[in-house]
Every structure is written in C-alpha cells, then in structure tokens.
Design a protein around this ligand. Structure first.
Ligand SMILES: Cc1cc2nc3c(=O)[nH]c(=O)nc-3n(C[C@H](O)[C@H](O)[C@H](O)COP(=O)(O)OP(=O)(O)OC[C@H]3O[C@@H](n4cnc5c(N)ncnc54)[C@H](O)[C@@H]3O)c2cc1C
Length: 410
C-alpha cells in the first residue's frame, strides 16, 4: 500500500469520527482521519454531555473514562430545570436518592476541550494518521478505490466513513443527500459571565418560550462563572420569524420578564454564533457502496432535547463494528453495509421516534403548562421525569395519549 493509500478514511474528527477510530484501535486496518478544521477547533454547541455520551466514553479503550474524569475545565450537572411557556419552573434531578458517592450524571464541557480530548486519545491509542486542514471537496471512484481530492494531496481508500457533520460532503456526494428542512433546527449560542441565580447543582435550564416552541432557550452553567446560552428553533418556524436568531436571543435577554433581570450586569464573552441541527429520525439510507455515515451526517440529533453528541458516539461504535466485519468478509458492498442501517434503527430508532412525538406535543403551550403544573404537585409524576432519563419504557409513556388523559383527569 502506498503512503497515501488506506483501507479506511474517516472524514470528520468530531465525536462520531473519533469514536469510530477509537473502536478500531485493535484492528489491523490502515486508517486515516481528516478534518477541514485546524484541530482542536471551537464548535457551536450547548456543550452538554448526557448520560448517553458518558456511557460510550466508559466503553472506549485506553483509560478514556478515567482520564475524562480528570479533564478540566468541565462542570458536573445534576439535573434539568424546565421553564414552561407560562414561566412555571419544574426541577427534575437526573438521579433520585443521590449520595456523596453518586457520580455526576452529566457534564458541560466546551467542545474544543472535549473534541480535543477525544482527538488526543485517538493519537495515543491508535497508529492512525490524523490530519487537520484537509477539506474533502470531491470524491472520485477508481475501480474499487475512492480518491479524496485534497488541496495539497489526494488520498485513496477502499472505504469511507462520513462523520463530517450536518452539511456532510460525503453524504451529498456518495448518498445524494440534501437537508431535510422539515427535520432541521437552527441554533445560536454565546458565552456569558455574571448571569444571576444559576442552579446550585448546575441544573441545565431549558426555557420553553412560546415563540420558540417546540424549541427553547437554554442556559447551561459552566466552570469559572461562565454559562453557555443559546436558542434552538425549527427551521420551518424560523422562516416565518421577523428577526434573525441572534437578534431574537438578544431581545429575549434584554426584555423577557423573568430572564432579563438575571442578565442584568452579565457580559457576553465572544460573539453569538450559529449552526444547524439535523434532527432524527430520518428514513434516508445511511450506508452505500463503500461508505457509511455517522453522527450528524446521519441525522441523529434528538428532536426534543437537541442532543447529538451521545448519538454520534453510539453511531461511531456501531460503524466501527460494521467496518471490521466488512473487511473480515472482504465485502464493502452496499448490500453488506445495509446491515449498518438496520443496526442503527434497532439501537436508536425507537428513542428518536419517541422524542419526535414529544417534540410535536411540546408545540402546544397549554399542554406544556399543564404537565409542569401537575408534575410540581405530584411527586410520583416528577420522579417519572427523572426515570425518563434512564428508561426508554418510561419515555414511551410520554408519547401515549393515555398519559395526558391521566394528567387531565388524574
Ligand atoms: C447550537 C447547537 C447546540 C447544541 N447543543 C448540544 C448539546 O448541548 N449537547 C449535545 O449532545 N449536542 C448538542 N448539539 C448537537 C451536537 O453539536 C452534534 O450533534 C455533534 O457535534 C455531532 O457530532 P459529529 O461528530 O457527528 O459532527 P461534528 O461534531 O459536527 O464533527 C464533524 C467534523 O467534520 C469536519 N468536516 C465537515 N466537513 C468536512 C469536510 N468536507 N472535509 C473534512 N472535514 C469536514 C468538521 O470540521 C467537524 O470537525 C448542538 C448543536 C447545535 C448546532
């Protein structure tokens, strides 16, 4: 094999790409990872790492989890504070019966730090090459090889992982994908210091303001008095909005009856930045002849919570297993790789469908207000929201009409 020839090229060194690489650490494959950014790079994100992400990190090789626990700065978070459209708050801890030994169930960590950590682990644990500032613009086919055209050099490989995010070039070129605007959200985020009344246990805050539904404004507390603040809104809804998303964020901070007081004296560090969220579930094929797509490139963002890091990492694990099987069978054909779509549907399909249903229900402010009101008065129901974070069966109850009838008449 020549220097520029690989078994596999992973396009994108975010959570999906790095998790794929780390899960291939023990294989004998010759792998290259390329990313268009100079690594590690800043990313527009809420920076929240959920239990799904933490569970994948626990399974990564090379003492990843132990080293992740030492990673600084990051902030442990113990729950979620929901603000209903009418302003009523509902605090939902991530764990019931917390003891001093209970490990934090979630963290908030700047993406440059978190992605940089994963990239560093790939360098330590695998012999793979990782190249920043390599933007894939064109992919050509030459017999059983792909040729990735770079500015300075071309790379050849038998298989490609498209882990290149929401506007995936691999997805566009090899799968003919385009954005599904119905399942697409826009987000902006900024960092602030000096916001008042953050939760003492760093609960992340989701404010379901009526104009944003089913989207929300978030405030995520971070280390050193910093907070990640942003808005997420469905693309279809944004089309009709009179202002830009940045203007909406600034307007809410200045004039919202309960939020503006908390931002008095707060300062923004840096600027407001925007990025898109490809929401699941999506029926598009996420594999084909010689390639699979992972993470945002496969539209795996949870449509209710907006979380995508955990699912991106889960897809990286499943993609790595699929790749090893494909090379062992010497078969990277579309027919063989279709098993990846099936495995992904089995692993995340139900969860994404439930979240999609919950997202639809969240468009009704009066229903949202009612659920929060009842949950604040009913300890069992409040505990059910906590259990929702660990149990898919409990989550499923939220999409059943019977649940809402019980709330109305219970
Ligand atoms: C405003 C906002 C807030 C969010 N908040 C959260 C949150 O709090 N928690 C959460 O879990 N998720 C959140 N998400 C979603 C999360 O950011 C993504 O789901 C996650 O980054 C997906 O990981 P990935 O590896 O698939 O893609 P990415 O992290 O986007 O990585 C893709 C990589 O591919 C590279 N790349 C792209 N094109 C090319 C190319 N042509 N050639 C070479 N390299 C390329 C990019 O530089 C990038 O490094 C948020 C998203 C947004 C927009």
């Amino acid at each position: 094999m020549s220097v520029n020839e690989f078994d596999l090229i992973i396009v994108g060194a975010g959570p999906a790409g790095c998790t794929t690489a780390l899960n291939l650490a023990g294989s004998s494959l010759k792998v290259a990872i390329v990313d268009k950014a100079e690594l590690p790079a800043e990313k527009v994100c809420g920076d929240a790492l959920s239990g799904t992400a933490l569970n994948v990190i626990k399974r990564l090789p090379g003492n990843c989890f132990e080293e992740f626990l030492e990673l600084e700065p990051k902030t442990p978070s113990w729950g979620i504070r929901f603000a209903a459209p009418n302003g009523e708050l509902l605090d939902v801890p991530f764990v019931l019966d917390k003891t001093p030994e209970t490990p934090p169930p979630g963290y908030i960590c700047k993406r440059k730090i978190f992605d940089g950590f994963l990239q560093q682990k790939v360098k330590e644990v695998t012999p793979f090459s990782m190249t920043g500032k390599f933007q894939v613009k064109q992919i050509l086919r030459e017999k059983e090889f792909f040729i990735l055209k770079g500015e300075k050099e071309d790379l050849r490989c038998r298989m490609i992982i498209g882990a290149d995010g929401v506007h995936s070039t691999v997805g566009k070129i090899l799968a003919g994908h385009s954005l599904n605007h119905k399942q697409y959200s826009l987000g902006v985020r900024a960092y602030f210091t000096g916001i008042r009344d953050l939760h003492p246990q760093n609960f992340i805050e989701l404010h379901f303001l009526e104009d944003l539904l089913p989207g929300y404004l978030w405030i995520f507390p971070m280390a050193n008095g910093l907070a990640n603040v942003g808005l997420g809104i469905l693309f279809e809804k944004m089309k009709a909005a009179p202002d830009s998303l940045s203007a909406m964020l600034q307007q809410i901070i200045l004039s919202h009856p309960s939020l503006s007081a908390r931002f008095k004296g707060a300062g923004m560090t840096g600027k407001i930045e925007a990025h898109g969220l490809p929401l699941g579930p999506d029926s598009k094929a996420i594999s084909g002849d010689g390639f699979v797509l992972a993470g945002d490139a496969a539209s795996l963002v949870d449509p209710f919570t907006g979380e995508g890091i955990g699912n991106a990492m889960v897809s990286g694990e499943i993609a790595a297993g699929m790749i090893m099987e494909a090379f062992a069978a010497n078969d990277v054909s579309a027919g063989f790789l279709r098993q990846y779509d099936e495995r992904m549907r089995k692993r995340l399909g139900r969860e994404l469908k439930t979240s999609h249903r919950i997202q639809e229900l969240c468009s009704h402010p009066s229903l949202f207000n009612l659920v929060v009101k009842k949950a604040n008065r009913n300890i069992e129901m409040k505990e059910m929201f906590t259990k929702m974070y660990t149990s898919q069966d409990v989550r499923d109850q939220l999409k059943s009409p019977g649940f809402y009838l019980k709330i109305l008449f219970g």
